[in-house]
Design a protein. Structure first.
Length: 316
């Protein structure tokens, strides 16, 4: 066990959280993460709450370990989303893509632990003032929908950690124990992984997307829609996204997600946008979640022990 405030709060073995990717963060992937000692998360950003409810019920049959739900505020239209989450018996929630004040008080009143996802120091301070228990600090190199003024994890994480004394999960650019050790050195007490989990064996996406991640170089993502309308995002470079990088269109990139299912599950990489982070350039194989987490923890411990021993000798 890697003991931090986050493992204590969430009751998990390792402070490793799976990102809540829309349509992807469902029971097959999330239960594998929880069973491997991390924190599996069920998404709501698909907006399909009946399916989400079904996935949560499946989770209860697939794992007896803790798991959580993400409330993606910009994509969930149900005014009763707090009641929906509470009724499922979930104890941990991450909120994202919106004002942390919107749901925090109601979730906390119901006894849930709440972390909010933030892309800047100002957003982090606002979330703490709203009463959240912790933060997911997300660097701009990560995949998915982003702030248009992205800041790298290497800059953002230590900045937030130096100003706020709350449990912090680092997100963006992390795929293994080396990245986890770096995040801890910068002040985090846990990590969140998205792209690495998209490429996992239990991920429901088509093999074409997984293969594209494995084959990607570190330069093979694009940052789209920086000037709107709508949110910016980071995705794998394809013919479509290369064109969108230069000419996003009058309505931004949002219309391109109408055919997302054809890419996600049909394997047509030009049908939509494959949201992925720069860390795709460091992922070289598809592996089961249990293997990913086991190797990650082993590498993390080896690096931390090695650094301690090496620099202890240097000081002697």
């Amino acid at each position: 066990m890697i003991k931090t405030r986050i493992t204590d709060m969430l009751g998990i073995q390792y402070p490793i959280i799976q990102a809540p990717m829309g349509w992807i963060a469902r029971s097959a992937l999330a239960s594998a993460v929880s069973n491997a000692g991390g924190m599996g998360i069920i998404e709501t950003s698909s907006g399909d709450l009946p399916a989400v409810r079904e996935e949560i019920q499946k989770m209860k049959g697939l794992t007896d370990k803790p798991f959580g739900v993400n409330i993606a505020q910009a994509y969930v239209r149900d005014a009763d989303i707090v009641s929906f989450v509470v009724d499922q018996g979930v104890k941990f929630v991450t909120t994202s893509a919106g004002d942390p004040n919107r749901y925090c008080a109601a979730l906390k009143e119901a006894g849930l632990t709440v972390f909010h996802v933030v892309p800047s120091l100002a957003a982090a301070i606002k979330a703490i003032e709203a009463g959240v228990d912790g933060l997911v600090v997300e660097g701009g190199e990560g995949g998915g929908f982003k702030s248009s003024r992205e800041v790298s994890t290497m800059v953002l994480l230590p900045l937030v950690c130096s100003r706020l004394d709350v449990p912090i999960v680092a997100a963006g650019g992390i795929s293994d124990g080396r990245g986890m050790a770096a995040a801890f050195a910068l002040g985090a007490e846990g990590v969140q992984m998205g792209t690495r989990m998209v490429s996992a064996a239990e991920s429901p996406v088509h093999q074409n997307w997984k293969s594209a991640i494995v084959e990607a170089k570190e330069t093979d993502t694009v940052f789209l829609n920086r000037f709107g309308p709508g949110p910016a995002c980071r995705a794998l470079r394809t013919e479509k996204t290369t064109l969108l990088e230069k000419e996003p269109g009058e309505n931004g990139v949002a219309p391109e997600f109408r055919r997302s299912q054809e890419l996600y599950f049909g394997g047509d990489m030009e049908a939509s946008i494959a949201l992925s982070g720069q860390v795709a350039g460091r992922i070289d194989s598809v592996k089961p979640v249990a293997e990913i987490i086991s190797e990650m923890v082993g590498e993390f411990e080896s690096i931390m022990d090695g650094l301690s021993a090496r620099y202890a000798r240097a000081r002697a």
